[in-house]
Write a protein that binds this ligand. Structure first.
Ligand code: SF4
Length: 461
């Protein structure tokens, strides 16, 4: 039995799993209070990303574009940034944080975004807005390297670099959630509250599961404040749940301000949630309360009802963000399932050294492939060649592969827009472990009914 780790052996990408770096920077920036990013590039670099995020979260929010046109692409477009910042500040008097997020075109033409920020500080902010707190932050996210995942990582690091400021030591920890859903943030905050641990949560998007209120306000905003970001330098430690979505910021805080960093594990499943809570306990000295031991027990009870009878030996393909994919694969193994194909949508030198991938290579007892720089065609091609699967797990962009090859699919990751309310449910923590196991089982049950495949088993329950 082997676990093969390899790059896709085909040039070009068909049906990509990821979009580009600026998308990740935009997702991170919506988690900050009083922040509207300006994406320096063509309008589509915002329009399509904003649409994806809106389709996923079913919320409206604001991101601006410098809207570069042909002349800017040839002669440079920094004048568009200057105008965009001024218009944004006039139009939104509450805005304090304005990341200038670069794109492929503006990186290729070599626009000096750092330089224009210095100019804007002296010639615009100091002159026209002298009494207003405004932070202009360059975020370099050329789309011809990395992916939306590395864009998120770069943005988190650069926000932390800009704001973190040494002050009085704090009893808080920094919690860098990675690219998660509002339901995940809610569950993580619940776990920390149960342990009576306070945290600077980067980035706080729980508010994107927002109410529609009588005043008609329908625009969502993140909740991480400038004070939270400044305080990251004074925390007891940083826990970055995802290695590739926040790990760089955790390492930077450790190097710059001696804030101890713990990177991972992504708390998907019982085992990884246990480790996360143990890490919080070791960092803060706060014990794990009985209430969480009870929640763990409820989750284990729910899982036990499903594992051996229904989930064992089910063959699964998983694609999406690497931390999510690897966390789900680890959890599937704990559930006696067989993750046979993992698809990571980009190329990252760190994958080869990832201890989770090494552990899978050493320990897995069935044939398995981990393909990086992969696309959805890779999944389709394997199914066409006869790969047998009981379940696919990934975001909604894989829905046609699932439909065409009649393999049931559990929507998880980003974006998910063809099932209702998924952003509300966590995949992390004990609640996430229960939700995932039950959703996997229910997806398989529905498929058994639809195909009249051993449907009688369900009657015996
Ligand atoms: S690939 Fe380039 S042009 Fe296309 S959305 Fe990304 S940054 Fe914009």
């Amino acid at each position: 039995m082997t676990c093969e780790f390899k790059i896709k052996d085909r040039v070009g990408t068909i049906n990509p799993i990821f979009t580009c770096q600026p998308a990740g920077a935009q997702y991170a920036s919506i988690g900050i209070k009083d922040c509207i990013g300006i994406v320096h590039g063509g309008q589509g670099c915002v329009m399509f990303v904003r649409l994806l995020i809106s389709q996923h979260l079913k919320e409206s929010f604001e991101i601006a574009s410098s809207s570069v046109h042909e002349d800017g692409a040839v002669f440079g477009a920094l004048d568009r940034v200057e105008q965009a910042v001024d218009v944004l500040l006039m139009r939104y008097p509450h805005v304090k944080v304005v990341p200038i997020i670069t794109t492929c075109s503006t990186e290729v033409i070599g626009d000096d975004v750092d330089g224009v920020i210095t100019k804007l500080q002296e010639e615009l902010l100091d002159v026209k807005y002298p009494d207003r707190e405004v932070h202009l932050i360059p975020i370099h996210t050329p789309s011809f390297v990395g992916s939306m995942v590395s864009g998120y990582d770069v943005a988190v690091r650069d926000f932390v670099k800009h704001f973190s400021k040494k002050g009085k030591p704090s009893l808080k920890i920094n919690l860098i959630t990675g690219w998660v859903n509002p339901g995940d943030v809610k569950e993580l905050k619940h776990l920390l509250a149960a342990m009576e641990v306070e945290a600077n949560v980067l980035f706080e998007i729980e508010s994107f599961d927002s109410p529609l209120m009588p005043d008609g306000s329908a625009v969502s905003h993140g909740s991480t404040t400038i004070a939270d970001l400044e305080d990251t330098a004074n925390a007891q430690g940083t826990i970055a749940l995802n290695r590739y979505e926040g790990g760089a910021a955790a390492k930077w805080l450790q190097k710059r301000w001696d804030v101890p960093a713990v990177i991972g594990p992504t708390p998907i499943g019982i085992r990884n949630t246990d480790t996360f809570l143990q890490n919080v306990k070791a960092m803060t000295g706060h014990p794990i309360p009985d209430s969480l031991v009870r929640e763990r027990g409820i989750a284990i009870d729910a899982i036990t009802d499903l594992t051996h009878m229904f989930l064992a030996d089910k063959r699964v393909a998983i694609y999406g963000n690497p931390d999510l994919v690897l966390g789900l694969a680890e959890y599937c193994l704990d559930l006696e399932m067989k993750p046979v194909l993992l698809l990571l949508g980009d190329e990252n030198a760190g994958y080869a050294e990832d201890p989770r991938i090494k552990a899978l290579q050493e320990n897995v007892s069935h044939d398995m492939e981990i393909v990086y720089n992969a696309d959805l065609f890779e999944l389709e091609q394997r199914l066409k060649d006869g790969l047998e699967l009981d379940l696919i797990m990934g975001h909604s962009k894989g829905r046609f592969v699932s439909m065409d090859y009649k393999v049931p699919m559990l929507r998880v990751g980003f974006p998910t827009y063809d099932r209702a309310g998924l952003y509300r449910y966590p995949v992390v923590g004990y609640a996430g472990a229960t939700w995932l196991a039950e959703q996997m089982a229910n997806t398989i049950f529905s498929d058994m009914e639809y195909k009249n495949n051993r449907e009688w088993i369900l009657n015996m329950w």
